[in-house]
Each structure stands twice: as structure tokens, then as C-alpha cells.
Write a protein that binds this ligand. Structure first.
Ligand code: ADP
Length: 162
């Protein structure tokens, strides 16, 4: 069984993330999407909200499981008997950070490898922070996230502005 973990903040999940999930799931028997709980930044969405949004968005992909984790990614991977980490690469700006992370993880856990999927050109520019910013000004985010996630984001900003 070849299993992988795709970790991230997913605050919120976008079409870019979903594209990586679909493509990674097609390469593996099982893919765990790991939603990070303690990432230092204060997220817009709670970890439960992020997990639920993703679960709903990937419900039709049979071999994908969404769960939250805190602490070291390599420990989370070991707990689940997984030795492949999947990350998405958009542009050279992602490269340096991703390289450092994967090398650090490899020093901590030589048995775990990181593989990178390059983003589909359609989503190369897309990030969760861009989506949050546009939504915070009431802009149209329908090209960036699925309709259910769009509704949740809109509700969140309505609550925040109340
Ligand atoms: P993190 O805070 O760990 O970077 P993100 O949720 O921002 O978490 O991203 C998770 C992963 O998804 C990262 O590997 C990131 O490079 C990748 N990713 C983010 N947006 C896109 C996109 N539009 N296309 C492809 N990969 C993406």
C-alpha cells in the first residue's frame, strides 16, 4: 500500500489545493490530507471548520481522508505509517521554503520523502491569503473556491463585520 500525506493550513482550501489532492490521490492507494492545528499564524477558520470544508469538497474521492494534526509533520506521518509527504509548488517563491522544509524533515526522518507536484497553470497564482483578502472586501471568489466553501467564507466575513 502506497500512502501519502498532504499537509497544509488550508485556510481556506482553494481549487489549487483540490487540484493537488486529486492528482496525488490518483498516484497513491491512500492520501491523508493533514490540516495543521498549531501553525503559529492565527487562522481565519478554526481547525474543525477547515477539516469540515475539505471533507465536503473531497467526499467523492474514495481514497482521501481528511484529518487534523498538531506537532511535527514527521511524527504525524509515522503515527499513520506513511512515508511520503506531498506538497504543491506554485512558483519559485515557494521553492526556497519548501526545499528547507523537506530537507529538515529528511534529516529528522530519513525514511520519509517529500514529493512535489507542480501546480496546474490555471491555479498557479492562487493562494488562501489572496482568497481571504478578496473576500474581505466583498469581491467575487467563485473562480477560486468551490460554491460550498464560497458560502462559508462569505458567512465568516459577514459575522466578522457585524
Ligand atoms: P502552508 O501554510 O503549509 O503553506 P497552505 O494551505 O498554504 O499551507 O498550502 C498547502 C500546500 O498546498 C503547500 O504545499 C502549497 O504550496 C500548496 N498550494 C497552495 N496553493 C496552491 C495552488 N494554488 N496550487 C498548487 N499548490 C498549492
Amino acid at each position: 500500500m502506497k500512502a501519502g500525506i498532504y499537509p497544509g493550513s488550508f485556510d481556506p482550501a482553494t481549487f489549487g489545493h483540490l487540484d493537488i489532492i486529486k492528482r496525488a490521490a490518483a498516484l497513491m492507494d491512500n492520501l491523508i490530507v493533514g490540516v495543521l492545528k498549531n501553525n503559529g499564524k492565527t487562522p481565519l477558520f478554526s481547525v474543525d471548520e477547515r477539516v469540515n470544508m475539505l471533507r465536503d469538497a473531497v467526499k467523492d474521492i474514495e481514497n482521501v481522508q481528511v484529518m487534523s494534526f498538531s506537532g511535527l509533520l514527521v511524527d504525524f506521518a509515522r503515527q499513520h505509517g506513511v512515508n511520503v509527504i506531498v506538497r504543491g509548488l506554485r512558483a519559485v517563491t515557494d521553492f526556497e521554503y519548501e526545499l528547507l522544509m523537506s530537507q529538515t524533515n529528511r534529516v529528522m526522518a530519513p525514511d520519509i520523502d517529500t514529493i512535489f507536484l507542480t501546480t496546474s497553470l490555471d491555479y498557479a497564482y492562487l493562494s488562501s491569503s489572496t482568497v481571504r483578502e478578496i473576500a474581505s472586501y466583498g469581491g467575487d471568489i467563485s473562480k477560486f473556491v468551490p460554491p460550498d466553501i464560497e458560502d462559508i467564507i462569505r458567512k465568516k466575513y459577514k459575522e466578522e463585520n457585524r
